[in-house]
Design a protein around this ligand. Structure first.
Ligand code: ZN
Length: 414
């Protein structure tokens, strides 16, 4: 009796671990069973054991429909709408390996509505004055974030709508992080817009509607972004900063940080954005081989309320023992075993989300992923939310220290 009684899953019968219980209307379910449910399903607490069992039978049958699905059109980039126009079916997925994730296959005639929208958010970029106080640039500079949003409403037994972003971009006015290779890339933005319009047109044709994509008035003409050659390399401080467009979850760092101060001053690092803290954690680990104490100090900054324990530190030391200093570098663009994991400058790292990233979001956790140039599967980082300050901190970093392929120069069999 009491708090520590073991519970059993009413679906599979397995024992439910501490904190692993997912309450149902009339019973309990384990985490593993929850993972098999549709990612669009949200009414778990009001579902009975019987309803969940029916859904799992539907999900099992869906696997055959996935195996039979032939993509005739793909629209979107970070999250995609895939069409099988021959069978009149569609899938919405974030995964590049979607066949393995059992995405729900929906029939065209289950679609009941579609709205598409491009939203813009504007944040002022700040700098520090001589006393280290935060202050505006003169003239003020801004960062614009764009999300390409889709809402599909469906007539489906287990969910009513599918909300997703087909792309997210930021457009910044800051020479410090301007990546010449990305500057002037209005075309990625234009392509994302074309995809969104195509999704709306597809739905309009199916539904016989004439819904327009909502685009905020403030949207700039992206074609006006200056091309790299138009921006002088050493612009005087008062000159207007070049703007560039990049993926929201692609972080571009001019160099790797050596101290806590340098880490927190990297472009777009913000404790309000868990993706940026994940990117910062990878950057912090690259410091370990040269200066373990500076690395710990940086990680402590990212871990906020719960700094590294002695055990955490010894775990990190162990992972780097044997000269495995290349592991954190392997997460940067262009770093592969063949070039000894030497990243291209400026450093770029993409932080990704999966359909299960937000499984524990209600409890304040998000799991994000980074791709290593020396491993086949993405590696996970867990971030934890602190509600009183609305900040995200690094919670679990062990996944990114796992082994990757040995660099060619250190491989006796190469
Ligand atoms: Zn179970």
């Amino acid at each position: 009796m009491g708090l520590f009684d073991k519970k059993f899953c009413d679906i599979c019968g397995n024992k439910i671990g501490l904190l692993g219980n997912k309450k149902l209307e009339d019973g309990n379910m384990c985490k593993d069973c929850q993972k098999l449910l549709s990612p669009w399903f949200s009414d778990r607490r009001h579902s009975t054991v019987e309803e969940i069992k029916q859904q799992l039978a539907y999900r099992e049958a869906n696997k055959a429909r996935v195996a039979d699905f032939h993509v005739s059109r793909s629209l979107g980039s970070s999250c995609k709408l895939l069409l099988d126009e021959g069978k009149h079916q569609f899938i919405v997925t974030r995964s590049s390996n979607w066949q393995g994730t059992n995405p729900d296959v929906v029939d065209f005639d289950q679609l009941t509505g579609c709205t598409t929208r491009i939203t813009e958010d504007k944040d002022e970029l700040k700098t520090k004055d001589a006393e280290g106080k935060e202050t505006s640039y003169m003239p003020p500079r801004f960062r614009y974030s764009y999300d390409f949003k889709v809402l599909l409403t469906v007539n489906h037994p287990y969910f009513d709508d599918m909300r997703f972003d087909t792309a997210s971009f930021v457009r910044e006015e800051t020479p410090a992080s301007a990546d010449p290779a990305l500057m002037g890339h209005g075309d990625v933005f234009t392509a994302a817009k074309a995809d969104l319009l195509a999704i709306q047109a597809w739905a309009n044709e199916l539904l016989g509607t004439d819904t327009k994509t909502e685009i905020e008035d403030t949207m700039p003409e992206v074609t006006a972004v200056p091309a790299p050659e138009a921006a002088p390399a050493a612009a005087p401080a008062e000159a207007p900063a070049p703007a560039y467009v990049t993926d929201k979850n692609l972080f571009v760092f001019p160099a790797l940080p050596k101290t806590r101060e340098e880490l927190l001053a990297l472009p777009r690092i913000s404790f309000q954005d868990p993706f940026s803290i994940a990117a910062a954690a990878v950057a912090a680990f690259t410091r370990f081989p040269e200066d373990p104490e500076a690395c710990y100090d940086m990680l402590d900054a990212l871990k906020g309320p719960q700094p590294l324990s002695t055990m955490d530190k010894s775990f990190i030391r162990d992972r780097f023992y044997d000269g495995k200093d290349y592991v954190p570098r392997s997460y940067f663009d262009g770093a592969v075993p063949e070039n000894d994991y030497t990243p291209q400058l400026p450093i770029r790292i993409r932080v990704k989300e999966s359909v299960h990233s937000r499984d524990l979001y209600d409890q304040g956790y998000i799991t994000l992923y980074v791709k290593s140039g020396g491993a086949d599967s993405d590696r996970a980082l867990v971030l934890r939310h602190k509600p009183s300050t609305d900040e995200w901190f690094l919670w679990n970093h062990t996944g990114i220290l796992a082994d990757v392929r040995v660099p060619v120069s250190a491989d006796p069999w190469a």
